[in-house]
Structure formats: structure tokens, C-alpha cells
Design a protein around this ligand. Structure first.
Ligand SMILES: [Zn+2]
Length: 443
């Protein structure tokens, strides 16, 4: 085949096969993702995070300039839909978003290029394909909500308050009945996600952590140390949505001021996915309730996509809030498990650097003081201004450079002074000297 023939063949292969506005079966979703993957090897990578109880693959499509692997400085973002099998709009929204981004990217449209040049975006269109297979199209009932074993996947994660960090072995997931929950927990250990949303239905609101609390807070909110950021994230979605920001659009839910709510204040729940993402995986996740009806009629898919498209795109760009960078040890080597804390934010589990020595910290514009701790090195404290990153498609980049202790007197692990306002660093929770135990605890 000549170069010209090859070129013509390439031009005839659609970058993303046309996606009609109707509900797609699990098999059709699989075929669609396989086709997008095959047609766009430059920006797409399809992988499975495991199987459902009934054996269906949990497919994830990653889009980005380096779709197969993480790139230093490029944040990882994810969208998860259909965790409740009968809440189905999210499945179609994510498929349309994939189609839109791929077509936009190959059409040299700046909005799509900016997103995929700066972010690796992962899509899990159905976390509960077995539930979907049993779902009926009722707007309110729960037929199909649960997985094949009758488990509500959004109640099956380790709970931040029932199993506080340090008392829960994150590798012991044997009690997790549902394959899907184990698959997602494993996924969160594989990739360092920074920002995420999981799409539900049955209301029209953006709900944020915490969903649970350490005590009885009747009618109150259960707020995280990053509440300002969560409120911003939720408002970005609701404010860009055609009607969510008006609150109270569903006759039986709300009203929600500005179309957002603290999860616990709406209704407390234990074992939810968003609290797990935040507390254990350092990933800020928002729960998006995208339709009053859990299973909207197919004829409404076009307007519902139009209602949500801008929100879905704007939300991805918030992955560039705040600051990112590496922590370098006394030899200039980027180190894993350095603790990077922000004064005034006492996270249950301190944020630590990933296996590449990177940290990502979503923060609104302002001055912040950071404290970085790592064994054998002096505690580093720095204060600096953080601008609004989404506008320029990048968080502020800032590397922390540590200084080794000048003299080795005794065990540096014991002579390190931890900031008194902070949670204990993770390695103090593990038997000292066993790197393996350390990794098990905080990976
Ligand atoms: Zn739901």
C-alpha cells in the first residue's frame, strides 16, 4: 500500500465512532471503548480494573498525551458512573464525553487539546454492569441498584470514621464482598488520582465529603479540612450546569442552595466511595447527582447531555487547582512517602508523595504555609502564594528541596521533630525498620 493509500485509509477511520443518543448495553459499551481505543492509539488506552461479580470486565478508557502511563507533572483525573446499576444517565454522559473529547482533539479544537495536553483523564462508564442488567426503568425504585450479591457498592468501602487510618490495613480487603469495590481500591493504589467525580441519579445536586462523621451531628454538616476546595468544586459543576445551580429542581429532593450539599448534611452514610477517595487516596471526589429520574427516558438524553456537557468539562479543569511538584532529598532524588502538609488543614491521613516523589495539592488561590517531613532530613517549612491554576491549565509547580541532618547523632527517625499540629507521619504507625510494612500501610 502506498503512503497515499495509507493516508486515505487513516482518514476514513473515524477518530471516534458515531455515538447515538440511546442507552447502550454493557456489550455495546465494551465495543465502543474498544473501537475508540483502536482508532486513537495516540491518545487512548483501554484497560480493565477487574471484573464484576458476574464476570463482566470493568473497562476504563484513559485519554491523554501519554495514555498508557503517568507523566511527571500531569495530574490523573477520573470519572466513574453507574455505581448504582439503575442510575444510568452517567454511563451515557461519559460515553458522549469520550466521543466529544476525541473528536475535539483530532479537530484541533482548543478546549479539547488543552484538557488532553495537560491531564490524563480516566473514564469508568459502568462500575456496576451486573446491576444495570437487572435495572428497571423506574425513576425512583431501587431494582438494579445493588451488585450481583445484593451489596450497595457505595456502602461497602472502608469507612474513614469506622476504620480510622492507622487502624485499618488497607491491603486487607478480604471482607469486601464486592469485586467492584476491591477493583476500585486496587485502582486507587495503582494511579495517584488527584480529582474525581462519581455520577449518580435520583436528584440534581453536587454532594461533597464527608458523607459520615465521627459523632452525632444532627442536621449539621460534617466538614473536611479542605471544605473550601470541596465547595468550590461542587459549585463549578452546579454553576456550569443548565439548572443544578438553581437547587430544588427535583420535586422530591432538596432544595439545595446553589445546587450543592455536604453529603452528611443531606443524609449520613457509612462506607461511601467519596470519603474513601479523599481520606485514603488523597483524591478529592465529588458525588454528582445528575438527573431527578434515575433512569430518564431515552428521548431526554440529548437535552440532558446539553445540560451537563459544560459542567463535565469545567470540572476536569479543576484538577489544576493549587500546587504540584516533587520532594527532593539531600541527594536531589525525588522521594516517596514524604509528608506534605498545609498549615491549618489537619487531614486524617497526611498527604504524602507518590512513587514518583510527587505531590499534588488542590487549593484555592492564596498564601499557604507547607511543612514537609521526611526521615533523616530537617523539617522544611515554606510559605508562598498559589494562583488560580485552571485558567492556565496547570497548578503552580513547586519542588521542595530537603536538607539532610548535618550530623548523624542517634537514629534520625527518632530525632525528627514533627509539627505538633499535624497527624503523626505514616511511618511512625508501622514497625520501624521494615520498609515492607511501611509500604503496606500507606500505599
Ligand atoms: Zn446512587
Amino acid at each position: 500500500m502506498s503512503d497515499r493509500q495509507l493516508f486515505l485509509v487513516f482518514m476514513l477511520v473515524p477518530a471516534a465512532m458515531t455515538l447515538d443518543f440511546r442507552y447502550h448495553s454493557n456489550r455495546e459499551i465494551e465495543h465502543y471503548l474498544l473501537q475508540v481505543n483502536a482508532s486513537n492509539p495516540d491518545i487512548a488506552h483501554l484497560y480493565s480494573i477487574g471484573r464484576s461479580v458476574a464476570g463482566q470486565q470493568l473497562w476504563v478508557l484513559a485519554l491523554g498525551l501519554s495514555p498508557h502511563r503517568h507523566t511527571i507533572g500531569i495530574p490523573e483525573f477520573k470519572y466513574v458512573a453507574n455505581m448504582h446499576g439503575n442510575e444510568v444517565l452517567g454511563r451515557e454522559l461519559l460515553l458522549q464525553l469520550v466521543s466529544d473529547l476525541v473528536r475535539g482533539y483530532h479537530g484541533n479544537e482548543s478546549w479539547a487539546m488543552q484538557i488532553l495536553n495537560s491531564t490524563r483523564v480516566h473514564f469508568l462508564p459502568t462500575m456496576n454492569p451486573d446491576g444495570f442488567d437487572r435495572a428497571d426503568s423506574d425513576c425512583h425504585l431501587s431494582q438494579g441498584r445493588f451488585n450481583h450479591n445484593g451489596v450497595d457498592l457505595n456502602r461497602n468501602f472502608p469507612d474513614a470514621f469506622a476504620d480510622p487510618p492507622g487502624q485499618h490495613d488497607t491491603d486487607d480487603d478480604s471482607g469486601r464482598e464486592a469485586e467492584q469495590v476491591r477493583a476500585v481500591i486496587g485502582w486507587l493504589k495503582t494511579e495517584t488520582f488527584v480529582l474525581s467525580a462519581n455520577l449518580h441519579g435520583g436528584a440534581l445536586v453536587a454532594s461533597y465529603a464527608y458523607d459520615n462523621s465521627g459523632g452525632e451531628l444532627a442536621g449539621q454538616a460534617s466538614l473536611t479540612p479542605d471544605d473550601d476546595v470541596f465547595v468550590h468544586l461542587a459549585k463549578v459543576y452546579s454553576g456550569n450546569h443548565a439548572s443544578m445551580h438553581k437547587g430544588g429542581r427535583c420535586a422530591d429532593q432538596g432544595p439545595f442552595k446553589d445546587g450543592i450539599t455536604n453529603g452528611y448534611q443531606w443524609y449520613p452514610l457509612s462506607g461511601g466511595m467519596q470519603d474513601y477517595n479523599y481520606v485514603w487516596a488523597q483524591c478529592l471526589e465529588v458525588t454528582l447527582e445528575v438527573s431527578c429520574c434515575k433512569f430518564p427516558p431515552a428521548r431526554e438524553l440529548v437535552p440532558l447531555w446539553a445540560d451537563n456537557r459544560r459542567s463535565l468539562l469545567a470540572f476536569i479543569r479543576q484538577v489544576h487547582l493549587g500546587v504540584k511538584g516533587r520532594v527532593l532529598d539531600g541527594s536531589g532524588v525525588a522521594v516517596r512517602n514524604a509528608v506534605v502538609e498545609v498549615t491549618g488543614r489537619r487531614n486524617m491521613q497526611p498527604f504524602t508523595t507518590n512513587k514518583h516523589g510527587e505531590y499534588y495539592r488542590l487549593l484555592l488561590p492564596g498564601n499557604y504555609t507547607f511543612t514537609v517531613t521526611y526521615p533523616g532530613h530537617e523539617v522544611l517549612t515554606e510559605t508562598f502564594f498559589i494562583p488560580f491554576g485552571p485558567k492556565r491549565n496547570s497548578a503552580l509547580t513547586h519542588d521542595f528541596v530537603l536538607r539532610r541532618f548535618a550530623t548523624a547523632t542517634g537514629d534520625p527517625m527518632l530525632s525528627t521533630t514533627w509539627p505538633s499540629s499535624s497527624s503523626p507521619p505514616p511511618w511512625t504507625l508501622a514497625p520501624l525498620g521494615t520498609a515492607l510494612a511501611l509500604q503496606r500501610l500507606i500505599s
